[in-house]
Design a protein around this ligand. Structure first.
Ligand SMILES: [Cu+2]
Length: 165
């Protein structure tokens, strides 16, 4: 190739942006499945973190750090058009979420003990299924655990759209 120097520099720069630009890079997030909360040993059977905000197209990997847990999406706690997931007991499972919104999930063996979590996929209308997700009937300690999660989401402003640039 025998391009003028300024043209070649432009191409190098464009390639660097395409590789390093954060808008193009999808991330994998780890959620550990644990017998005890890492910061509070009195809390048993937890996802860590139990509330997580990600970008569309990001992957969440549920790690069986402790055995005897799984991750399963909860019917009615996903944005319209999203498909759920069902991890096997004590097995790693990964899910890639594309649609903005709120995703609720549980560990089947410990659902009644409050082992549940929430993922928020950022984007327009991400809070659109909040009321529907809150309306899903929960049992046992899952009820209080979700209330804690909704409180945390509100307190941290996780459903607030980013400020206009
Ligand atoms: Cu569990």
């Amino acid at each position: 190739m025998n391009l003028p120097l300024n043209r070649r520099l432009f191409m190098v720069g464009a390639a660097a942006i395409a590789v390093s630009g954060p808008a193009f890079a999808n991330t994998t997030h780890i959620v550990e499945m644990l017998n005890r909360h890492p910061d509070n040993k009195k809390l048993r059977n937890v996802f860590s973190p139990s509330v997580l905000k990600v970008q569309p197209g990001d992957t969440i990997t549920f790690m069986p750090t402790d055995k005897g847990h799984n991750s399963v999406s909860i019917d009615g706690m996903m944005p319209k058009g999203a498909s759920g997931w069902k991890g096997k007991n004590s097995k790693e499972v990964s899910v890639t979420l594309d649609l903005p919104g709120i995703y609720g999930y549980k560990c089947q063996p410990h659902y009644g003990l409050g082992m549940v979590g929430v993922i928020i996929v950022e984007g327009e209308g991400m809070g659109g299924n909040l009321d529907a997700a809150k309306d899903v009937k929960q049992r046992g300690k899952a009820k209080a655990a979700f209330v804690d999660h909704w409180d945390q989401i509100k307190a941290q402003g996780l459903l607030t759209p980013p400020a206009e640039q």
